[in-house]
Design a protein around this ligand. Structure first.
Ligand code: SAH
Ligand code: SF4
Ligand code: F3S
Length: 453
């Protein structure tokens, strides 16, 4: 049915140019690839310029308030363009639109928006765009319930020919008390493993060298479907497909199983990189966050992984300024960071999200306290990163070459299997290939080396 609308839009408009502005996580980036795929089939070509575009989409994020503010500002900047070109279609989609009352508020503030749809309506984009263009009226569709639907076989236009996202499950059931994601992405829904494996084969046939499996909590893959594979089993099956590199995110520490660790240890293509968000180092706060593990349990899992996959590169997410966080409790996050030795960490100041439990908690932490704490934590992680990276010097890493440096086109940049950017002298013909690079020095967030062989 959406196929017909794709053909209709193509006939009606004769194609044109599109621009998609994406905010937030890999889920959103991948959703934008699906939107780009649908637009491509409608005869549209990508552009970087607002002035050239016939369709401008904002794929929004609402996990923290700074992401929200940026979107609203950037849509505001289009007011003049829309006045001079009334045919321009401005659409807003993504997580922010799924929040109660937010779409209404945005439409009041920016009345020239033509199209609004939610995360659960993404697959209906061709029809929605068609209706907006054909009627000349604004179209709004935000479903609250997903009723277990999973849209399959959507076209996609990958940002990178040799890297592919592969969604294995949608939604989240965890309801961490600070987090809005379960409200805007719905309950956990696993895709059928047979379909995931088929898609992996398609990606391989298409020349993809690296896939990133996506889910808010990949470790609970399959639990919502009777008789489905576990995540460890799925990973083991995907390993057999023979794509050079497999990554996945995100893993919830509460259910990293021994079985999964074994598959990571024995797999041929599974990268030894694990993003394992701990959020905090203090047990009282972890409990209030509803994370369902303790500091001790987390450290035990880290030990279990390191004992079987000694070269594992661990990264994490950390929140400072959670309601009620005392100085001593914050210090426990710092000590955990040192104890684990992460290769890198994303650090966030807690941002209250309307409708979540933590937003109504007493003792919200003042901005200046949170800022001071995050500065300290960032400085600490910088030291830890420095020590970890120093150990890589002298090793030979395989690097998937992504691009040449903006400053010097004889400098190439790619990722090693630990997901760390490695720079080395080379030429553009290497883009998309995996090469061997001997690490010679370490920067703040990158490594540098020279090709060997
Ligand atoms: N599903 C993933 C995380 C998705 S959100 C997981 O559970 O690990 C990505 C990160 O944003 C989280 O790990 C958390 O550190 C941060 N985050 C989520 N809600 C936040 C909030 N209200 N304020 C600050 N950071 C938040
Ligand atoms: Fe948010 Fe927690 Fe779900 Fe991650 S596991 S998306 S932090 S509720
Ligand atoms: Fe943001 Fe939605 Fe991802 S809220 S972090 S884009 S799931």
């Amino acid at each position: 049915q959406q196929r017909n609308y794709i053909a209709e839009v193509k006939k009606m408009t004769g194609g044109g140019k599109y621009k998609i502005n994406t905010y937030g996580c890999q889920m959103n980036e991948h959703d934008s690839e699906l939107l780009a795929g649908m637009l491509t089939e409608m005869g549209y070509a990508p552009t970087e310029s607002d002035k050239e575009a016939d369709v401008i989409l904002f794929n929004t994020c609402c996990v923290r308030d700074n992401a929200e503010r940026r979107v609203s500002g950037n849509i505001g900047a289009l007011a003049g363009l829309k006045r001079s070109r009334p045919d321009l279609v401005i659409g807003v989609c993504g997580c922010m639109m799924q929040q109660e009352g937010v779409a209404e508020k945005l439409l009041r503030l920016r009345p020239y928006i033509d199209l609004v749809f939610g995360t659960h309506n993404l697959h209906r984009f061709p029809q929605l765009l068609h209706n907006a263009i054909a009627s000349g009226h604004r179209v709004v569709e935000v479903d609250q319930s997903t009723a277990g639907r999973i849209a399959e076989h959507l076209p996609q236009r990958r940002a990178n020919a040799f890297q592919g996202y592969l969604t294995i499950m949608y939604g989240c059931n965890n309801f961490c008390s600070y987090c809005i994601v379960p409200y805007v992405r719905g309950r956990e829904r696993s895709r059928a493993s047979a379909r995931i494996i088929e898609e992996a084969r398609e990606l391989k046939a298409d020349g993809v060298k690296e896939i990133m499996l996506l889910g808010q909590n990949v470790n609970s893959y399959g639990l919502d479907v009777e008789g489905e594979l576990s995540f460890a089993q799925l990973l083991s099956e995907l390993d057999k497909v023979g794509i050079e590199r497999i990554r996945f995110m995100t893993s919830h520490p509460k259910d990293i199983s021994d079985e999964l660790i074994d598959v990571m240890a024995s797999g041929k293509h599974i990268c030894h990189a694990l993003h394992l968000p701990v959020q905090h180092g203090n047990n009282r706060i972890l409990q209030s966050m509803n994370r369902r593990y303790t500091r001790e349990k987390y450290l035990e899992r880290v030990e279990a992984i390191r004992s079987k996959v000694p070269d594992i590169s661990l990264t994490t997410d950390l929140i400072v300024g959670y309601p009620g966080e005392t100085e001593e409790e914050f210090e426990e996050t710092c000590s955990l960071v040192e104890q684990v030795g992460y290769d890198s960490a994303f650090t966030f100041i807690y941002s209250p999200r309307v409708g979540t439990r933590a937003a109504d908690m007493p003792d919200q932490i003042p901005e200046e306290v949170s800022s001071r704490r995050i500065q300290k934590l960032i400085a600490l992680q910088k030291d830890v990163t420095h020590k970890r990276y120093a150990n890589y010097i002298g090793q030979v890493h395989s690097v998937l070459v992504e691009e040449s440096s903006r400053r010097d086109e004889n400098q190439m940049a790619g990722k090693n299997e630990y997901n760390i950017t490695v720079n080395f002298p080379g030429d553009k013909s290497l883009i998309g290939q995996i090469v061997r690079v001997k690490i010679t020095s370490a920067g703040e967030s990158t490594l540098r080396g020279e090709r060997v062989e």
